[in-house]
Design a protein around this ligand. Structure first.
Ligand code: HEC
Ligand code: HEC
Ligand code: HEC
Ligand code: HEC
Length: 252
């Protein structure tokens, strides 16, 4: 009973005040927003251009294209089989003489520095094994296995190289990349990967300054950046302690 009578006494005038206040809140905030907008000044935050990553840089394709069977090379503008030339002449037997053909090939394979360690003397379209057997080019792993036994064993078990397709041969088709799809047999050291650009965060600043890390640390913090800019613009010309990288840019 008491609560009811309290309500009937207090509510009518308060409701009027609250209503007026309610109508004022909107315009008041709007006016404040306009004030903030008008009074703020332009701060030039450095933002680096977005680094470009080309599709070629993130392809999952093998790094090289290996020769098939029969191997075809383009020499003097003609695509031809090895034996188109090699059946016309015999290999001469002094390996250290200067070459007149295949000058694009430089051997950087350690002690393995004879062409005929790998290429068959009689049939240039095959590779040679230690015991005199030969294999076609797509079976190059058998050749490499002659000298790189442990790596070959790892490769057959999937610990070296790369297997495409299904994880298990029972589930679906598998394709193991062959050695020459990653290694150039003449210069087999795997070239180091060039790292892709890091993530593009806002305000990383320009990387041209000497102390890049200090610059990044400071310019990531918009407030620090702004205050140092302000300090620079108000400080006397001498005794200016601000990082030269943060000298204010041209004002707009
Ligand atoms: C346009 C003709 C031509 C074609 C095609 C050609 N070769 Fe040769 N190749 C030559 C000649 C000429 C020499 C000899 C170079 C010398 O005596 O200095 C040679 C030399 C070589 C040698 C060095 C050992 C030797 O016989 O003196 C190897 C190994 C070789 N070729 C491999 C190949 C392979 C593998 C292919 C195919 C993928 C191929 N060549 C295709 C012309 C050719
Ligand atoms: C470690 C073994 C090995 C040695 C040593 C070697 N080759 Fe090869 N060579 C290969 C293999 C494997 C291929 C196939 C490459 C591919 O599939 O991309 C090849 C490809 C070639 C080709 C055709 C492709 C091209 O790059 O033009 C020529 C020509 C050739 N070799 C010549 C030579 C000559 C000349 C020498 C000696 C200076 C030599 N090779 C030494 C293994 C060898
Ligand atoms: C006749 C023996 C022989 C054959 C065949 C052979 N290699 Fe080698 N390989 C060597 C030797 C020797 C080294 C040098 C080791 C060193 O200098 O430490 C080497 C080094 C390498 C290296 C390391 C290179 C580096 O600098 O890190 C790779 C990768 C390699 N071989 C891949 C291959 C591939 C792929 C094949 C098959 C096309 C192959 N090798 C065939 C003997 C051979
Ligand atoms: C999918 C690509 C790929 C394939 C396929 C591949 N390799 Fe490699 N190989 C590599 C990479 C990557 C390295 C490491 C290079 C490094 O650490 O600098 C390497 C390193 C090597 C080395 C030197 C280091 C070591 O462990 O002795 C040898 C030798 C080698 N590979 C031989 C082979 C042979 C032989 C085959 C085929 C049976 C093969 N590779 C297939 C990518 C490949």
């Amino acid at each position: 009973m008491r609560a009811a009578s309290d309500n009937s006494n207090a509510t009518p005038p308060r409701a009027g005040l609250a209503q007026i206040a309610g109508y004022l809140i909107g315009p008041a905030f709007l006016a404040f927003a306009v004030y903030l907008f008008m009074s703020s000044r332009h701060v030039d935050l450095p933002s680096a251009p977005t680094p470009v990553v080309t599709p070629a840089q993130i392809t999952i394709a093998p790094p090289r294209t290996a020769l098939g069977d029969p191997p075809i090379v383009t020499i003097g503008g003609y695509a031809q089989r090895c034996n188109a030339c090699h059946k016309l002449f015999k290999t001469r037997d002094h390996p250290d003489r200067p070459r007149v053909q295949h000058l694009n090939i430089t051997l950087r394979h350690g002690l393995n520095n004879r062409c005929l360690n790998c290429h068959d003397r009689e049939n240039r379209e095959r590779l040679t094994l230690r015991n005199g057997d030969t294999v076609i080019f797509p079976e190059v792993a058998m050749l490499c296995a002659q000298c790189h036994g442990p790596v070959y064993r790892d490769w057959t078990r999937g610990a070296h190289g790369k297997t495409m397709g299904a994880w298990s041969p029972e589930v679906g088709q598998q394709r193991k990349l062959i050695c020459t799809e990653c290694h150039d047999p003449h210069s087999p050291a795997y070239p180091p990967y060039v790292p892709l650009p890091g993530p593009h965060t806002l305000r990383l600043g320009s990387h041209s300054a000497h102390d890049v890390h200090e610059e990044i640390r400071r310019s990531r913090n918009a407030l620090l950046h702004w205050s140092s800019e302000r300090a620079a613009s108000t400080a006397p010309a001498t005794g200016d302690k601000t990082n030269p990288a943060h000298k204010p840019k041209e004002r707009r």
